[in-house]
Design a protein around this ligand. Structure first.
Ligand code: 13P
Ligand code: SF4
Length: 298
């Protein structure tokens, strides 16, 4: 029996579902029951009937699935697949800032469970503008400064921005886009809001990863430059074979790529690595996470 068949068999035996983020390796995307952006994955995790969730993404995504399903087993196939941006907020310092400023906290979903437990509301890149608009008294926004700056373009609310960033998106430059545009002058430019403002300025469309998939499907354009992690281009090409997608070759998230077909198989065989979060943290983090889901997309 090959690896894929073994994964399928074990999935059935364990009543498991495989959720995968758009940045996962092609072969991991191919065995997933659902592929999507952070918001779509959280929604899917909140409504699944499966007993076991195998989460192919980074730590904060698997943690969110556990917070939404405290009674289910959530497995993260690679425990070291940790988002560096989520590690940029220190929960103690954030609590202190919140007390000092007496302002509500909006935590991007790319945060640890401890940080979500301090937050009043969570958001993803698919609804950050809507979430911040719903809090007219101003917010402390953690941890992605670029996403915060992007939201600021649409709201008048006071926003204190935490100086966090995604190393993969931060490394994309305007020159990357300009060079690709020279090669593909008719291509539409799509960018993730985690990109630097000068990259965002060159984009025709700014969206979450799922937002980009939707936009490309609905567009009459045939060519797209995709300023986000390279994994998304695999899904786009698979679902839209008549269109061309050009990703930036160095736009690779090393932590997303830690998960392989072997680790997914091992995860189902050995039921590893189970996501564990203290009960009181789950209780406090669930509220802002649920509010984020109820908010829907921008
Ligand atoms: P999306 O929610 O747009 O999929 O983004 C998640 C992420 O980690 C981007 O780097
Ligand atoms: Fe974190 Fe950036 Fe990787 Fe997304 S692409 S998981 S923000 S490091």
């Amino acid at each position: 029996m090959d690896k894929i068949e073994k994964i399928k068999k074990l999935k059935k035996e364990r009543n498991a579902i495989i959720l995968a983020h758009n940045y996962q390796r092609p072969e991991v995307q191919d065995v997933a029951d659902y592929i999507g952006d952070s918001l779509g994955l959280a929604i899917e995790a909140s409504k699944t009937d499966a007993s076991v969730i195998v989460f192919c993404g980074v730590d904060f995504m698997a943690e969110s699935a556990k917070i939404l399903n405290p009674d289910k087993i959530v497995l993260h196939p690679e425990k070291h697949a940790r988002c560096p941006m989520a590690a940029m907020v220190d929960a103690v310092a954030l609590k202190k800032l919140k007390e000092e400023k007496k302002m509500d906290v909006v935590a991007y979903v790319n945060t640890t469970a401890e940080v979500k437990a301090i937050a009043d509301m969570c958001c993803t890149s698919a609804n950050a503008v809507k979430v911040v608009k719903s809090m007219p008294d101003g917010v402390i926004f953690v941890p992605d400064e670029n996403l915060g700056k992007y939201v600021k373009r649409f709201v008048d609310n006071e926003m204190i921005l935490w100086p966090g960033f995604c190393p993969t998106h931060q490394a994309m430059s305007p020159e990357d886009i300009i060079e690709m545009k020279k090669e593909h002058p008719h291509a539409v430019v799509m960018a993730h809001p985690e990109c630097m403002p000068d990259v965002i300025d060159l984009a025709d469309k700014v969206a979450s990863t799922e937002g980009m998939v939707k936009y490309a499907k609905e567009s009459d354009a045939k060519e797209f430059i995709v300023a986000t992690e390279i994994g998304l281009c695999y899904r786009m090409k698979k679902e839209m074979p008549d269109k061309e997608f050009y990703c930036i070759s160095h736009a690779v998230c090393p932590t997303m790529k830690k998960i392989t077909l072997d680790s997914v198989l091992r995860s189902l065989e050995k039921m590893q690595y189970e996501v564990k979060i203290p009960e009181d943290v789950i209780e406090r983090a669930r509220k802002p996470l649920m509010k984020m889901i109820e908010m829907g997309r921008d």
